[in-house]
Design a protein around this ligand. Sequence first.
Ligand code: ZN
Length: 105
Amino acid sequence: MLGKSTPFKRRPATPKKYNIRVPLKVQKAKDFPIESLYTNELKKVGNVKMGRCPFHQEDTASLALYPETNSWFCFGACKTGGDVIKFYQRLHGCTFRVAVDELSK
Ligand SMILES: [Zn+2]
């Protein structure tokens, strides 16, 4: 849940700006709503939204989207899941860096 985050402890001196900027960018990317990347029909089951997995051929919906944590899991052939960055990576076959760049725009 947002708003429940623990206070961020500052490190004394960080020599490179890179060390600070990247996690912020990654955090912004992680906040990109996973549902807006998904184009198939979704069916709401409680707090979960089920749909057909875009990563393998199937007729039944085995992909679960979890809006609360902005994550996903495929219970079908993939048997894998992750966050919105990993979803974007699989969808577009791109690297972590490219996915973060696109999602944090
Ligand atoms: Zn799948």
